[in-house]
Write a protein that binds this ligand. Structure first.
Ligand SMILES: [Zn+2]
Length: 281
């Protein structure tokens, strides 16, 4: 194992950064942390356009995961209008449940009904025959083997593939502090969050790229998780620059790729927080 890990680290040295491959995924559409009138149609439209602009212009492939019951007060037409901004920017949309339940605290049969409710709602809103990707809220894919296997079977039966995450992070926590700072007109704190955010995300990328080599013995195609929020709407151009090799590779193609590199459908192996890196979630 030691030899394998060492070989992997040597190989990492020779891998060109231009070969980095990252699938970018954004959760909790139409908008995460939907308080403070965030679901008001024109506000939501503005935030969505700003968030998507760098992906649209750069033709960067993107998958968005919709919480079908989010922004319940929006009319179907308005919700369709916002989601079409995503598909118009080249994004593929996936199922992120109807009410965002956590599988670790929800009976599996109730969870499955929530997934199917979202499936029906999304197909109706999008006019789609099939939605192929599913992501579990909080990345909970089952607290024990029986639940994991049942969820996997259930998803396969309904034509879904689970979308795991390899660049797990706490962007939502930064976004929460940012929204709070803006709400209180605390410009100093808002600036601190903006300044800290991209370096933090870069540390996530560096950590998990090294971890991939330690575990798999080679570089792997990675999957980044972000959330649909104001912080990402403002910071995505800098995030894409930080991920430049991936964004550059993606932007070379004439059309956004519809292929999302899916790794093994398990829960996230590790996560990062402000105190360091801890296993499990
Ligand atoms: Zn979520």
């Amino acid at each position: 194992m030691l030899c394998r890990a060492t070989l992997g680290l040597l190989l990492l040295t020779f891998v060109s950064p231009a070969e980095r491959r990252v699938a970018i995924t954004i959760d909790d559409l139409p908008v995460a942390q939907s308080g403070r009138n965030a679901c008001e149609f024109s506000r939501l439209q503005d935030l969505t356009k700003r968030l998507l602009e760098p992906f649209r212009v750069g033709r960067v492939p993107l998958t968005g995961f919709v919480v079908a019951g989010n922004c319940a007060a929006l009319s179907t037409e308005h919700k369709r209008g916002v989601l079409r901004l995503w598909t118009g920017a080249g994004a593929e949309l996936g199922n992120h449940t109807y009410s965002h339940p956590g599988l670790n605290t929800t009976p599996i049969d109730k969870y499955e009904r929530d997934v199917l409710r979202a499936d029906a709602a999304l197909k109706q809103i999008l006019g789609a025959d099939r939605i192929r990707y599913f992501r579990s809220p909080m990345l909970h894919t089952g607290a024990d083997r029986t639940t994991k296997e049942r969820l996997e079977r259930f998803l396969v039966e309904h034509g879904y593939q689970q979308a795991p995450v390899t660049f797990d992070n706490s962007d939502w926590m930064f976004a929460y502090v940012y929204a709070d700072a803006r709400g209180r007109a605390d410009a100093k704190l808002a600036r601190r969050v903006r300044d800290a955010y991209v370096p933090y995300m870069e540390s996530i990328v560096e950590f998990f790229e090294k971890r991939a080599v330690e575990v798999a013995g080679r570089d792997i195609a990675q999957i980044l998780l972000m959330h649909a929020n104001r912080l990402n709407a403002e910071m995505t151009p800098k995030l894409l620059t930080m991920l430049k090799p991936a964004a550059t590779v993606s932007s070379r193609s004439k059309r956004p790729s519809r292929t999302m590199p899916i790794a093994c459908p398990t829960s996230t192996p590790a996560r990062a927080d402000s105190r360091g890196y801890t296993a499990g979630r």
